[in-house]
Design a protein around this ligand. Structure first.
Ligand SMILES: [Zn+2]
Ligand SMILES: [Zn+2]
Length: 151
């Protein structure tokens, strides 16, 4: 078994590539010696699934006993876009509460503020570059300063 688990933030992060409205999936993180390719979903106390062959999967009642460490910040990385297969250009940190419930997710990257101009353009407030906005797309990587922009 691998030594990491998979993490699924809710809501998920969109792909950073210009023009792509896919979603970044399969974040990988290490948190303890009990990592067994579980799929953790933000807001659920126990793993949603286990991404291993059926014959070595833990039974659902056993899987439901597992918890993330409490009050932890779990580093996860290596996500890929479900549409264009690009690798995420940033890492995330999954924060748990006292029960080990995953309650929030932070992007670990340089974050840039932005504004929308004439409803069609997004401008990075870090370097003032601007580019065309895409309907339904919520996350952009500034092409000039590589700041992460969330709309
Ligand atoms: Zn993509
Ligand atoms: Zn910029």
């Amino acid at each position: 078994m691998s030594l990491f688990d998979y993490f699924e933030p809710a809501p998920p992060f969109g792909c950073h590539r210009p023009g792509c409205i896919g979603t970044l999936t399969r974040w990988q993180g290490q948190h303890s010696n009990t990592a067994c390719s579980f799929l953790w979903r933000q807001g659920l106390l126990s793993p949603a699934d286990q991404l291993v062959p059926q014959r070595i999967k833990a039974k659902p009642d056993k899987r439901s006993m597992f918890r993330l460490p409490s009050n932890a910040a779990i580093h996860a990385y290596g996500a890929t876009c479900d549409t264009c297969q690009a690798y995420a250009r940033f890492d995330i940190e999954c924060e748990t509460d006292a029960e080990g419930l995953w309650i929030s997710t932070k992007i670990q990257a340089k974050i840039a503020a932005s504004r929308v101009i004439e409803r069609e353009w997004i401008q990075c407030m870090n370097c003032y570059d601007a580019w065309r906005r895409i309907e339904g797309k919520r996350l952009y990587l500034c092409p000039t300063c590589e700041g992460v922009i969330q709309q």
